[in-house]
Design a protein around this ligand. Structure first.
Ligand code: 5GP
Ligand code: ZN
Length: 109
């Protein structure tokens, strides 16, 4: 069994509130949200961290980055949003599967 919790969510083995999915990435709600909107956006391919991404993964990472503002708009955050990637123990990374925190609050309009 795969020990990586986000690989298990991607595989449908663990429940998550999935808000977006395509062939390469998935976005789901953080289980302990620190903002009204708090998504985790992950590549389906396992990378232990951003420091483990190679040049051959540039297209995948570009796809993920371009999807962030689209997801923000879908979450009502057309006025702005925050993104964060924690990398490594000293960087505060707790789950060893690359993920982008997408946080903010929906605007009233
Ligand atoms: P990190 O500190 O690694 O950047 O952030 C890990 C994030 O993953 C935390 O915000 C934590 O709440 C979230 N998280 C950890 N395990 C799970 C899980 O099983 N499901 C969901 N939805 N979020 C998780
Ligand atoms: Zn993984």
């Amino acid at each position: 069994m795969d020990a990586c919790v986000f690989c298990r969510i991607v595989a449908g083995e663990l429940p998550a509130s999935v808000v977006y999915e395509d062939e390469a990435i998935m976005a789901f709600k953080d289980q302990h949200p620190e903002a009204p909107v708090h998504l985790l956006v992950v590549p389906k391919k396992h990378f232990a961290s951003l420091a483990h991404v190679e040049a051959e993964d540039a297209a995948l990472m570009g796809h993920l980055m371009l999807k962030l503002p689209e997801l923000a708009v879908l979450q009502g955050m057309a006025q702005g949003f925050k993104t964060r990637i924690n990398t490594g123990r000293a960087g505060g990374q707790e789950v060893a599967h690359l993920h982008v925190h997408l946080t903010g609050r929906p605007s009233l309009k």
